[in-house]
Design a protein around this ligand. Structure first.
Ligand code: GLU
Length: 471
């Protein structure tokens, strides 16, 4: 056995410019798992320095999404906007040490540089024009640039991607403080990860090009860089980058569509991480088995069918407390009053096998909680015919006399009615189903009677008999 890994202290650092989408949620999950798996810590940091795009609603959506997924942070949320003085302090230090400099280049000059580079087929980069200015123009508010080393290269061992090496000649002097005194992402993230003692940065591989620049900043600040793990992106089921088109909206929209937090967690964990060819993992099992090195290097594809399959699994086998709480939430949203109808645990026991989401479950359960005034035309025409009147009436007698309103006794009552009239079970079953539900779909008919309860069932049979008589 290898030695136990040192505790990972990591962070999830979303920019609050939108929902907590699926990609962000998976990054948060990997961070949470890496921390829990090593008895480490998981920090939440809101990267809100982009004041134009950050909103309080997005912050709330991120916090709510994580709470719903039960990804609890040990620390935070910290907010970058509350740490401005610290960024200014360290930028001033880099200036004083000659590791950063003020840059007065105009937008026009920078645009021109970019155009020239493009025309020459080169990567646009800042040319270091202000590196050694002897005199500063007085009429321009400068930005602060990091003086990137000219020589050598940056090498790091990414815990997902392996060894990565970038020559410093590929990197230019990036802006670390804007003219308005706010830090750029690459600077703030380094200052924070140093101050917050982060030893493993887990994030999307869209940031992989930033990492060598950040490593240079760590060194300039006299800090040892943390380790990095860049996780690949998630593609839609068509192989394109996941976007709104795929319904890649916030995590809470998945809730609205009837998915369970544990199902989504299991699904997201498997989206890019694997342990043999196993699919089902409880949270505890994930914590026990997760290693960041086992995250795939390749992008993963979203697979709605698999998510539906897992969701059904958790509807049946998941933690009843969670499932029932979510079910109650959906009942409320659908305007159904769970007090006047079967207990949610009974409903779940009957319906869980028949649906893959809670939205389907609730929609198919409406007649258990709500009376209806008319029958679905086709079903009524086909099954509520005059020949159905006698069996329904006979069954009503049996049901009214029944002591024990339980599935077995109900089954026996239907059977007894069929035997008495010498007809097949189906001759009663379908009319009864339409009488009870208003349409032709329901769980097993004895379970349907059981859920609807005595009073309601008898009243609905009467309603059907009246409808037949009036036909
Ligand atoms: N705020 C960055 C983002 O949302 C975080 C990147 C990082 O984890 O360093 O993409």
């Amino acid at each position: 056995m290898s030695a136990p890994e040192r505790p990972i202290r990591t962070r999830f650092a979303p920019s609050p410019t939108g929902f907590l989408h699926i990609g962000g949620a998976r990054t948060a999950l990997f961070c949470w798992l890496a921390a829990r798996a090593t008895q480490g810590q998981f920090v939440l940091r809101i990267e809100d320095t982009d004041r134009e795009r950050s909103t309080a609603e997005s912050v709330q959506a991120i916090i709510d999404g994580m709470a719903w997924l039960e990804l609890d942070a040990d620390e935070g949320p910290y907010y970058q906007t509350e740490r401005m003085d610290r960024y200014r302090e360290l930028a001033a230090r880099l200036l004083a040490e000659g590791k950063a400099y003020r840059c007065y280049c105009s937008r026009e000059r920078l645009d021109q540089l970019r155009e020239q580079a493009m025309a020459a087929g080169e990567k646009p980069r800042y040319d270091g024009h202000c590196r050694n200015l002897s005199e500063a123009p007085s009429d321009i508010e400068p930005v602060i640039r990091f003086r990137n080393p000219d020589q050598g290269s940056v090498v790091f061992e990414d815990r997902v991607r392996g060894r990565i090496e970038i020559a410093n000649s590929e990197l230019d002097d990036l802006v670390i403080m804007r003219a308005d005194g706010t830090p750029t992402y690459n600077f703030a993230v380094v200052v924070d990860d140093i101050d917050m003692d982060i030893n493993l940065v887990i994030r999307g591989d869209d940031h992989i090009n930033n990492t060598p620049r950040q490593i240079n900043i760590y060194r300039a600040l006299g800090a040892e860089p943390p380790e990095f793990a860049h996780v690949p992106m998630i593609l839609g089921d068509d192989g394109q980058r996941l976007s709104k088109r795929h319904g890649a909206v916030g995590v809470l929209a998945w809730r609205e569509q009837g998915y369970l937090p544990d199902a989504l967690i299991n699904y997201l964990a498997r989206l890019g991480w694997s342990h043999g060819d196993r699919e089902v993992f409880s949270r505890d099992e994930l914590v026990a088995l997760f290693r960041i090195e086992d995250v795939n290097r390749k992008a993963s594809r979203f697979d709605t069918e698999k998510l539906n399959w897992l969701n059904q699994h958790y509807l049946r086998e998941g933690n009843p407390e969670q499932v029932l709480a979510e079910l109650a939430w959906h009942m409320g949203r659908a305007g159904l009053d769970a007090v006047h109808g079967p207990a949610l645990a009974d409903l779940l026991a009957v319906q869980a096998d028949r649906v893959s989401t809670l939205v389907e479950l609730v929609e198919q359960s409406r007649p258990f909680y709500q009376d209806f005034e008319s029958f679905e035309a086709g079903a009524a025409k086909k099954h509520l015919r005059p020949v159905a009147a006698e069996p329904l009436a006979a069954l009503r007698e049996h049901l009214a006399a029944l002591q024990d309103w339980q599935p077995d006794a109900l089954q026996a009552a239907i059977q007894a009615t069929a035997d008495e009239l010498d007809i097949g079970f189906g001759k009663i079953g379908m009319p009864l189903r339409v009488a009870l539900m208003g349409h032709g779909q329901s769980p097993a008919i004895n379970q349907t009677l059981w859920l609807i309860g005595r009073e309601r069932s008898l009243a609905r049979i009467d309603q059907a008999l009246a409808w037949i008589a009036a036909r």
